[in-house]
Design a protein around this ligand. Structure first.
Ligand code: FAD
Length: 379
């Protein structure tokens, strides 16, 4: 079959590869001038530092098949995500752990003591927390909430934590030991030559052609037997019911000679600092040595029509609009909606790959059995 895949990010690349390996002809288009989607990395010509162009990306997973998959296309280097935060004039370790608690409250607690202390801080009167704020006050109390959650969340989401659902915050976002590894997953790492090189390797198959700088237009679909759409779901329908809400990010780049902050990611919890974090890219490749350094201050705001959509805002209004688009998508045939934009969900890279592998298998199964395909891959 002739397949068109819109988007040369992880979703399009992984699905295209599987279908090409099964003998189908895949044409992958992307409106950008590079492959890799939002995972795109490139070497800075000035410093030779590997830049995470659309924000920091750390690979982490428990999924053995996905880990084996990425390792078959790239060499992964060990990498542990250790994040710091500057708040109220001091630097603390994140996620909140025993070190953070002892430093913040000027104590020398052991784990059990810290646990009892934090329980005392929490507002036990909030029995059924509804908002993010209530959830935080219930579990960590006002001081930690103010320093680590309130300002950061306001900047990130552009609204008060009282307007966000409690589900955004895990039940107890605190560790009572000194583990400052940001992720719990069994496998973590960073591709030695960046994500774009990995995705180029995935795309390197005789059954795949890639066309960059090529936005989709509806005349294209007629020439293909099937379309996989990893662009925005509302964009496919030309925003007929309005635009699904997204947060976008602005990166303000600056250079530094030497080591600017000593770590890859420094959050800023205070409300009067306008950016949410600073990333210093050379620390994402600790096996490399660079004198010069490139940093991005990261600002978050509501996405306008010409902005890159980053984080979906899935609040009540968006949910109603999303349902309308889902209904429209389910009413057409010959198109499968995939990936973070096509399904309007935040997806980590490992989940994106897992879903892409499943989407390809589902499609190939339908072809073999002569069955029609659904607009969204059944889970
Ligand atoms: C700031 C940020 C940080 C992240 N950090 C991490 C992390 O640390 N670890 C992790 O696991 N995950 C992280 N992620 C998630 C990761 O970026 C996604 O899992 C991944 O990018 C999803 O791939 P995708 O192919 O579905 O979408 P995308 O990467 O968005 O690719 C979609 C592609 O479609 C193209 N496209 C859209 N519309 C059209 C059109 N009409 N015509 C042609 N082309 C079109 C776009 O140009 C884009 O290249 C992060 C995400 C963000 C926003």
């Amino acid at each position: 079959m002739n397949i068109l895949l819109v988007g040369a990010g992880l979703s399009g690349a992984v699905i295209g590869r599987k279908l090409a390996e099964a003998g189908h002809k895949c044409r992958i288009i992307d409106s950008r001038d590079h492959v890799g989607g939002n995972c795109h990395t490139e070497r800075d010509p000035e410093t030779n530092v590997m830049l995470h162009v659309y924000g920091p990306h750390i690979f982490h997973t428990d999924d053995q098949e996905v880990w084996d998959y990425v390792n078959s296309f790239a060499e992964f280097m060990p990498y542990r995500n250790r994040v710091k935060t500057t708040a109220q004039g001091k630097v603390f370790s994140l996620p909140i752990n025993l070190h953070t608690i002892n430093q913040f409250f000027d104590k020398t607690f052991r784990p059990d003591e810290a646990k009892a202390f934090i329980e005392e801080q929490g507002d036990a009167g909030i029995e059924d927390p509804k908002s993010f704020e209530e959830q935080a006050l219930r579990f960590v109390g006002p001081d930690l909430y103010e320093a680590f959650f309130r300002g950061y969340t306001e900047k990130q989401w552009g609204c008060s934590p009282t307007e966000l659902p409690a589900s955004i915050l895990k039940r107890l976002p605190v560790r009572f030991n000194y583990d400052d590894n940001y992720f719990f997953h069994k496998y973590q790492g960073m591709p030695r030559d960046g994500y774009t090189a990995m995705i180029e390797a995935i795309l390197d198959h005789p059954g795949i052609t890639v066309e960059l700088g090529t936005p989709y237009n509806s005349d294209m679909a007629d020439k293909f037997d099937h379309v996989f759409w990893s662009g925005p779901l509302d964009g496919y329908f030309e925003y007929e019911h309005g635009r699904l809400g997204y947060r976008t990010l602005d990166f303000k780049r600056f250079n530094y000679e030497g080591d600017y902050q000593g770590c890859a990611v420094m959050n800023y919890g205070d409300r009067d600092v306008p950016y949410t974090r600073v990333t210093e890219h050379k620390h994402f490749s600790p096996w490399e040595e660079h004198e010069g350094s490139v940093c991005y201050e990261e600002y978050s705001r509501a996405a306008g029509p010409d902005d890159i959509p980053y984080y979906p805002i899935r609040l009540v209004d968006e949910q109603a609009m999303l349902n309308m688009y889902i209904e429209k998508a389910e009413g057409i045939s010959g198109v499968t909606f995939v990936g973070r934009l096509g399904t309007y969900r935040y997806l980590d890279m490992d989940v994106t790959i897992r879903e892409a592998l499943d989407a390809a298998r589902y499609f190939l199964g339908c072809v073999t059995e002569g069955k029609p395909t659904a607009a969204f891959v059944p889970s």
